[in-house]
Design a protein around this ligand. Structure first.
Ligand code: BES
Ligand code: MG
Ligand code: ZN
Length: 482
């Protein structure tokens, strides 16, 4: 897909469809030289998300699509995003090849944010996993004709939208085509295309040397080797802040010897969604940059049972020296994160560390598919993520980690066990409590995205039986906020 940005008064790019927005308390404005039947404008009320497609009687477009934004005073980023996505979806439904958004004003809403939400919605709305089907994608070109300040926001929006779509493509790709080695390839591609981003990849030999026995134990039963991917974005001007994002990159979770029921096992291709989000963030950073030094760690692994697989009861040692009893091989996310977090705390020493992981089924029960659970050891960091969630409509809700939860994760043979006793409940909190043993003194937040990473409700730009790319927009907003 190609995205072009033009100024408002530039000669209109010829395309299959012109898209304009309207509010129900304002007159609809069309670009000079474009005319539609008066009746089409008069009978349309511009309610939020409403659409009207009409033939154009003059100008370089065959058709004009008018999208409603509702009342001008009530406009927010989410309804702009959704309106833009409705337009992109309509174009795809009609198999159009190129579309043009024309936006002259932001109706009193912040112009930069208007542009950002517009482009995010258009880019995300046009997402489709097409690479495995015969035939080519119809929609190939999206042009934005906008006023100047809107244009700057739209540039960000295109980058962030692209990052989100990258994450979703990695999520939706079947697990036999998105193995740990494929995540490595994606990371290398991102770093190659950006001067500010570099990547280091630790293979199993390197991880053995680093004594990452916990991470390594998870893929013992898989013929696919595990990797630890370390991306770094170094800003041109350093502000002194350094953050680290850690994303669970479990490319398929069968549960291992503690095998999952087969009914929904195919959904476990999404178990790399945290890693996908980190890659999406770096993809966005390659286009819009940030003054923050950003590190991205992705432990990439596949959890399968075979004769070599880790067994329930086995004892493994993480790189910080803690011995872990693996009582359930399906609680593997925390095992690969343990070594990644300990490595980050000791070697990267960031000012803040945020992990994203499809860690527990319990968070799906508690918060469903619209909300990410957050917990950690730093109230300010947690609150910053909750606020970023409000601004991006990637909602984040705090869950507790109490001393009891930490106590519950202590082992009998080893220092820790990877699941709590059966009577404790609070499965998401005990998962977080386990991770807390590996972060040292680093301010840390854990985002449990097991629900929010896939299968969200219909939001026009995402929703239904697919990945959401959750975390990309959230963390880019967080970086902007610090
Ligand atoms: N990948 C799962 C968590 C998950 C569940 C993600 C549903 C997406 C949807 C994770 O590795 C897992 O299996 N967790 C176990 C932990 C338990 C054994 C303590 C779970 O939630 O059942
Ligand atoms: Mg292996
Ligand atoms: Zn699991």
């Amino acid at each position: 897909m190609k995205f072009l940005q033009k100024s408002l008064n530039a000669k209109l790019t010829k395309s299959d469809l012109l898209i304009v927005f309207g509010c129900n308390d304002k007159k609809i404005k069309l670009p000079q030289g474009v005319k539609v039947p008066a009746s089409a404008l008069e009978s349309f009320n511009c309610g939020s998300g409403q659409k009207r497609i009409t033939d154009s009687i003059k100008g370089s477009f065959q058709q004009v699509l008018i999208i409603g934004l509702g009342e001008s005073k009530k406009i927010d980023a989410e309804n702009i995003r959704r309106a833009a996505a409705v337009a992109a979806k309509e174009a795809m439904r009609n198999k159009l090849g190129s579309i043009t958004y024309w936006v002259a004003k932001s109706y009193g809403f912040d112009a930069g944010l208007f542009g950002q939400a517009l482009a995010e919605g258009a880019v995300m709305g046009a997402y489709r996993l097409d690479s495995f089907k015969k035939g080519t994608l119809d929609l190939k070109k999206i042009t934005f004709h906008t006023a100047e300040i809107i244009k700057r926001g739209a540039k960000r929006g295109i980058a962030i939208g692209n990052g989100n779509c990258l994450a979703r493509r990695l999520q939706d790709t079947p697990a036999n085509k998105m193995r740990p080695r494929d995540l490595v390839r994606e990371a290398r591609k991102i770093s190659k295309n950006s001067v500010s981003i570099s990547v280091k990849v630790f293979d199993e030999t390197a991880m053995k040397k680093m004594r990452m026995g916990s991470l390594l134990s998870v893929s013992e039963g898989s013929s696919e080797p595990a990797y630890l991917i370390h991306l770094i974005h170094r800003p041109k001007v350093k502000t002194g802040k350094k953050v680290c994002f850690v994303g669970k990159g479990l490319t398929f979770d069968s549960g291992g010897i503690s095998l999952k029921p087969s009914g929904k096992m195919h959904e476990m291709k999404y178990d790399m969604s945290g890693g996908a989000a980190v890659l999406g963030v770096f993809d966005a950073l390659s286009a819009i940059s940030s003054d923050v030094e950003v590190h991205g760690l992705i432990p990439a692994s596949e959890n399968l049972p075979d004769g070599k697989a880790t067994k329930p009861g086995d004892l493994v040692t993480a790189c910080n020296g803690l011995k872990i009893e693996v009582l359930n091989t399906d609680a593997e996310g925390r095992l690969i994160l343990a070594d990644a977090l300990a490595y980050a705390a000791k070697k990267i020493r960031p000012d803040a560390m945020i992990d994203l992981a499809t860690l527990t089924g319990a968070v799906v029960v508690a918060l469903g598919h619209e909300i990410t659970g957050v917990m950690g050891n730093d109230e300010d960091l947690t609150q910053a993520l909750v606020e970023a969630g409000k601004r991006t409509s990637e909602m984040v809700w705090p869950l507790p980690i109490i001393d009891l939860h930490k106590e519950e994760m202590k082992g009998t043979v080893g220092d820790l066990r990877n699941i709590s006793g059966p009577a404790t409940g609070a499965g998401s909190s005990t998962g977080g409590a386990f991770l807390s043993y590996f972060v040292g003194e680093t301010p840390w937040a854990h985002l449990d995205i097991a629900g929010s990473a896939w299968g969200s409700a219909q939001r026009d730009y995402q929703g239904g039986d697919q990945g959401t790319g959750v975390g990309v927009r959230l963390l880019i907003d967080y970086l902007e906020s610090i």
